[in-house]
Ligand binder design. Sequence first.
Ligand code: FAD
Length: 320
Amino acid sequence: MSPIANLADADVLIIGAGIAGLTAARALEAAGFSVHVLDKGRGVGGRVATRRLENTFADHGAPCFRLDDPEVLSLWQEPLSRLAFLPAPLALDPRAYRCPEGAHRLPKVLASNLKIHLSVPVQSLTYQGNFWCAESPELRAKARALIVTAPLPQAAALFAPSDSDLAQRLEAHARTVCYRPQWTFFVDWKDGAPALPNGVFDFAEGALGLAIVQTNPLLWIVHASVAWTCEHLEEEAAFASQACHSALQKRYPEYHMRSVHAHRWRYARTEQPVADAFLAWSDRPQLLFAGDFCLASSVMGAARSGLAAARALIRQGFPT
Ligand SMILES: Cc1cc2nc3c(=O)[nH]c(=O)nc-3n(C[C@H](O)[C@H](O)[C@H](O)COP(=O)(O)OP(=O)(O)OC[C@H]3O[C@@H](n4cnc5c(N)ncnc54)[C@H](O)[C@@H]3O)c2cc1C
């Protein structure tokens, strides 16, 4: 087994390279702090995710987002200037935009020039001698401040072995915000897809959910309804894909599908934000929790929370 590598100490450690973590990291770096971002995924973006498929792509997380917070936009100005945007389908959100090259382009440009360590599944977070320490099977990192942007149930699990009191506070918040899961499907139509008004279609009869057409007219992204997802959350992906396939076949018997793939989001969105810009407790120094559970369950909500957490650390500085 290879030895655990130690990262050089940074001022701030951020768990999660989703929109909240990337926004916090950009704000802190701009203010002169050294930052390491750790993420368990193979790419950045968290729930702003794009899957590459043969000759095309599928946004199986957030397909579009608003760009309407002036303070976030000011921080993102340079990376955003490298992206093209199109209006999202009207029926989806008339005030939102999409990236024609895939939603993942947004986190990709936000991540440029940051110190991001991918495929690092953090397993524990502990406070030792004025430092916050993160440990994963292959990497150890420590810093004087820590921002955790993982969904609250996952954040709680990281503290549970060393700080059960904090884990319980996080679990209590997780119950209040009420996470909703979601099965998402990519449907590849063989010779042509059924036409959808506005590129979006709400399934009647409560069947599966919402279908969204992307730039490729043969590809649909289908968001299962919360009710259907909750009922089938623990099923295998193969079962979920088959159910989606059958529902579409029944509805559109004259059309044929090449394939249907399923992706399960266990913590897709929250119902009720905590309404504070970030979470922190005075008896846990230099530790903040940010993400879309704070202000709004959206890309902009996550960004605003990440920015607020970074600004709080910048204001308070570090004891020397
Ligand atoms: C299917 C779907 C559709 C959506 N549609 C829209 C939409 O149309 N418009 C919109 O604005 N929003 C939409 N959203 C919501 C939006 O995607 C989220 O609100 C936002 O991306 C959350 O960002 P975040 O940074 O708070 O969290 P995340 O994106 O979840 O980032 C958290 C990161 O933490 C990492 N992490 C977790 N645990 C660990 C660990 N132990 N070690 C290391 N890393 C860890 C994860 O890998 C992840 O990258 C949608 C979400 C889903 C799932």
